[in-house]
Ligand binder design. Structure first.
Ligand code: GLU
Ligand code: ZN
Length: 290
């Protein structure tokens, strides 16, 4: 653990209630924090102001407390405007950004997509030299280099972010900071040395390392991507289904211990559900880490 970056974080987006997938993610964050000696921050990722809701923000804190989680630091992205503007200027000074007026439709029509269905933006607007006005998106000149990293669970990766996603957006056309930019800015400024999150986000890592380097971060954080739990039909849990939310299950009378037991069983940490405290659950996950 690098003492300059002593934090790990749990970083849910308040666009719905927490579901069992978030609980497993939190267990991994806490288990990794214990195992590798990190402190814990809760970061509310409300960069997407069109989808974030105050009710979900309050629910995130309450549901985590109900489950028995505690945390040492907390932040919320909507209060980081000054931080993002300041770091955007760093990229601007280094000539690493450009304005983009491609509509959503045009972007999809004129660019290939990767295996995850994301756009690989081919740089259409780079040569246009458009002014940085409020109604235009801002894109990062993604470096065309292989980025290696070693995931603490999944092993070695090498990815070229230019090939994976091209010049990705920092800010969108309605002035919202993107997930990729906000998370990199925050992980650096909030002294996050270990990123723990679900496997569905592993292909964000190379672009986040590239962006962190461009901003001036000397050493990227360590990364740990954990397996996801699927619902009985085998599809990824969606936070939009209220019935499957922690809030919904609690309202239907489930205890925190019962819920934690079910999550651990679904994640194959125990063969059958049983009552588990948050600490017991964290220890079960910790035994999975090496
Ligand atoms: N806010 C993201 C989510 O809820 C997680 C981001 C991250 O851990 O990097 O899925
Ligand atoms: Zn464009």
């Amino acid at each position: 653990m690098n003492p300059d970056f002593p934090f790990t974080r749990f970083a849910p987006s308040p666009t719905g209630y927490l579901h069992r997938g978030h609980v497993l993610s939190a267990l991994y964050v806490y288990a990794a924090a214990e195992k590798f000696g990190y402190r814990i921050r809760l970061r509310i990722e409300d960069h997407d102001q069109s989808r974030a809701r105050k009710a979900y923000i309050d629910a995130i804190r309450k549901d985590l407390e109900w489950l028995g989680f505690t945390w040492e630091a907390e932040s919320i992205q909507s209060s980081h405007e000054e931080r993002y503007e300041r770091l955007l200027k760093v990229l601007h000074r280094k000539d690493l950004i450009y304005a983009c007026n491609c509509s959503r439709k045009f972007t999809f029509e004129t660019n290939p997509t990767n295996a995850d269905g994301e756009i690989i933006y081919q740089g259409h607007c780079e040569k246009l030299g458009l002014p940085f006005t409020k109604d235009l998106a801002i894109r990062f000149k993604t470096p065309n280099v292989d980025i290696p990293w070693e995931d603490l669970l999944l092993g070695k990766f090498i990815e070229n972010p230019k090939k994976l996603c091209g010049d990705f957006a920092i800010k969108d056309r309605i002035g919202q900071w993107t997930y990729q930019f906000a998370v990199v800015a925050d992980d650096w400024e909030e002294r996050v040395g270990l990123v723990v999150r679900g496997e569905d986000l592993k292909h964000s890592t190379s672009r986040q390392i590239a962006l962190a380097q461009a901003l001036g971060r000397k050493e990227p954080p360590l990364f740990l991507h954990h397996p996801l739990i699927a619902d009985p039909a085998g599809k990824k849990l969606s936070k939009r289904e209220h019935a499957a939310s922690i809030r919904g299950e609690r309202e239907q009378g489930m205890s925190a211990e019962a819920l934690l037991g079910e999550v651990c069983a679904q994640a194959n940490l125990i063969p059958e559900p049983r009552l588990l405290s948050v600490n017991d659950s964290i220890q079960l996950v910790k035994n999975r880490l090496f």
